[in-house]
Design a protein around this ligand. Structure first.
Ligand code: VG1
Ligand code: CO
Length: 541
């Protein structure tokens, strides 16, 4: 077989962010752009000769042609085998599971997650290691350094692979195996959850609506919720993945999953609603008339996971990203579990999960997961919720009311200021960072700052340090503001302002009203409206 070496030059800006390299699709489609990055992955991890990889993506525009290129480059660099989801489809958690199950050396996942897809929207690529999780910082840095010195890439110039035909064949001297993307994942879910109990719940008339948002979870949710658990046909909506996600944002929050919110608050609302994102790792949970904030969802799952067979032995510990609310901390404290706070991004949970220090992890951005894979997992969270509801025989609203009565309520919201000028955003964060030392004692409208820090994380397993991971300002009485810049955007900068306030007894307030003093203090502290010229955030979740 003909393997060709093509001369190339470094391309600036191929630095992975919170979750891989994300750019406008047309940037990825430029000649050599994808090839440079893929070769840099191979170079950054010490080559792929003789190794086995898993490859798949969320089906967005350019998914299949990117996979064809990756396969030809894997063949040319001597990979032993590549396992690909049929038609190039693999949800992020299913890819993580396949890497682990098949004992692959790593995997390449094509997705820009919740970002829209299409020729004028976003594309992304990330490398996962043998534990199934996103490459940690050290490997990501090695890949980035490889992009800065690359001078050639290797590719097999043969015909495209047929990604629709299941089974194994030769492809440019390497083994190519096409697998059903759902099978192994669905089998794992059956091991973790009491499918009989959920089936009985659904057979008893409990109605669900799962919105796949035209993205990758459609086939997974249809197989698991409808075929295996017996939910009536049509319980899964927007179930066919489309390259541009039906023109929408596959981002499961009340803003972008407005149809689901409307359905859940309408006269004929089902009992349980859920949605997932582009690549299937996020989840949104909503009961009849009762939206569950992701941070609260994590706390509820931590408090009740033992009701599912896969977690009947209890949890070894829990972990949350630093900006995620402290609701789960209160559960951990009450149950005598360790609780870790990590920087934003799933890659920071990997060591804790591998070391058996945490069983459950979560982020305020609608990501929850456990040690069953090394990614957050949207459908897994939905199934754990259904398992808990089936055992408790309660509505979502009742579960929340009981949870708050036991642990108190942490009012929480995230305000995003999108596509702001990068210089303005950087200056805002830099200026506030410079003032942190003088902030304790500062007061505004009855709030008093207790501490202010530039969050730095030392991994308890390998001692690696991640600095500058967000500005964290705590007020007396348990209120908190966190500010950081997004690492997944493709246009300008996005300022994320995370707001929370603990209330031990008053659970019925509107979160924006309950947080009003904290919101006002954040604006005074950072001069957000003054500096950005915005009168309010673009997205409130
Ligand atoms: C965002 C979220 C973060 C999440 C990341 C990847 O990152 O805030 O919690 O891990 O997206 O999720 P950032 O840097 O934009 O805040 V996904 O579902 O986009 O892979
Ligand atoms: Co995602």
């Amino acid at each position: 077989t003909e393997h060709t070496r093509i001369a190339t030059q470094p391309i600036a800006g191929q630095k992975p962010g919170t979750s891989g390299l994300r750019k406008k699709t047309r940037v990825f489609m430029q000649p050599g752009y994808l090839e440079n990055f893929v070769q840099s992955i191979w170079n950054g991890i010490g080559g792929i000769r003789g190794r086995t990889l898993v490859v798949g993506g969320d089906g967005r525009f350019f998914n299949e042609s990117a996979i064809q290129t990756i396969l030809k480059m894997a063949a040319a660099s001597g990979a032993a085998k590549v396992i690909v989801g049929q038609n190039g489809f693999l949800s992020t958690p299913a890819a993580s599971n396949l890497i682990r199950m098949r004992k692959a050396d790593g995997g390449v996942i094509l997705s820009a997650s919740h970002n829209p897809g299409g020729p004028d929207e976003d594309f992304g690529i990330k490398y996962n290691i043998a534990n199934g999780g996103p490459a940690p910082e050290g490997i990501t840095q090695a890949i980035f350094e490889a992009t800065e010195t690359i001078d050639s890439y290797d590719i097999w110039e043969g015909p495209d692979a047929d990604l629709s035909a299941l089974g194994e064949r030769d492809f440019g001297g390497m083994a190519l195996e096409i697998v059903d993307p759902v099978d192994a994942y669905a089998a794992l879910m059956e091991q973790l959850f009491d499918f009989d109990a959920i089936r009985a719940l659904l057979a008893g008339g409990f109605r669900i609506r799962f919105d796949a948002m035209h993205a990758i979870t459609g086939p997974y949710a249809t197989e698991i919720l409808e075929n295996r658990l017996g939910a009536p046909r049509g319980s899964v909506v927007n179930a066919v993945p489309s390259p541009d996600f039906g023109g929408g944002h596959p981002d499961p929050n009340p803003v972008w999953a407005k149809d689901l919110m409307d359905a859940m608050h309408g006269p004929d609302a089902p009992d349980f609603g859920a949605a997932s994102d582009g690549d299937g790792d996020r989840n949104m949970i909503v009961g009849r008339g009762a939206y569950v904030t992701p941070s609260d969802s994590l706390a509820v799952l931590a408090a009740n996971a033992h009701l599912a067979p896969g977690y009947a032995g209890g949890l070894k510990g829990v972990a949350r990203s630093m900006p995620t609310s402290c609701a789960v901390d209160r559960v951990a404290e009450a149950r005598g579990m360790d609780c870790y706070a990590t920087p934003t991004g799933w890659k920071f949970f990997g060591n804790l999960l591998d070391a058996g220090m945490a069983t459950l992890c979560g982020e305020e951005s609608a990501g929850t997961g456990s040690d069953h894979v090394r990614e957050k997992d949207g459908l897994w969270a939905v199934l754990l919720w259904l398992n808990i509801l089936a055992v408790k025989k309660q509505s979502v609203a009742e579960v929340m009311a009981d949870h708050w009565a036991e642990f108190g309520r942490t009012y929480y919201s995230r305000h995003d200021y999108e596509a702001i000028d990068s210089d303005v955003a950087n200056r805002l964060v830099d200026d506030l960072r410079a003032e942190l030392g003088g902030l304790p004692g500062w007061t505004h409208d009855g709030l008093v700052i207790e501490s202010a820090e530039d969050f730095s994380y030392t991994d308890p397993v390998d001692g690696s340090v991640a600095a500058k991971q967000g500005l964290q300002i705590r007020f007396e009485g348990g209120a908190r503001v966190v500010m950081r810049l997004s690492g997944t955007g493709t246009e300008g900068a996005t300022l994320r302002v995370y707001l929370e306030r603990f209330d031990p007894q008053d659970f019925g307030q509107d979160p924006q009203a309950a947080l009003a003093p904290v919101i006002a203090a954040a604006d005074v502290l950072a001069g957000i409206s003054k500096r950005t010229g915005r009168t309010g955030p673009d997205v409130i979740t």
